[in-house]
Design a protein. Structure first.
Length: 131
């Protein structure tokens, strides 16, 4: 297993859409990179899930407002938000697979246009392989 650092979306306002994390993804590097080592002798199908963003009670941003796309192509020109898939609270196969590859995940957040208290909102993401 492994652990990752934090992903920060910065200061946001109601109704903002397709907001990428700050300072951690660009055209060729996603926010999260999962390396499938060369010693793996079978495709590593990567599944992902997330939890709702919890802020000052009772404010919550549903995990379905958080989207991702991934690629094993190192020359991917910043995976398109138009192809993004919503996170769910159950593991979902991301389509990332292969051996000796990097699986880069690009993330975006849509902020609902509903009452939310100002403050810090936290979530967690989980990635697993069925190999």
């Amino acid at each position: 297993g492994g652990s990752a650092g934090s992903i920060n979306y910065g200061s946001l306002n109601l109704s903002q859409t397709d907001v990428p994390p700050i300072n951690c993804q660009n055209a060729t590097d996603g926010s999260v990179r999962i390396r499938v080592e060369p010693i793996t002798n079978a495709p590593a199908n990567i599944s992902v899930k997330g939890e709702n963003f919890h802020g000052p009670s009772p404010s919550t941003i549903g995990i379905g407002n958080n989207t991702y796309t991934n690629s094993t192509n190192p020359n991917n020109a910043g995976a398109s938000v138009a192809l993004a898939t919503a996170f769910a609270q159950a593991y979902t196969n991301s389509g990332g697979s292969g051996a000796a590859v990097n699986n880069d995940f690009w993330l975006w957040l849509d902020v609902p246009n509903t009452f939310l208290k100002a403050g810090t909102y936290n979530t967690s993401y989980s990635f697993k392989s069925d190999v």
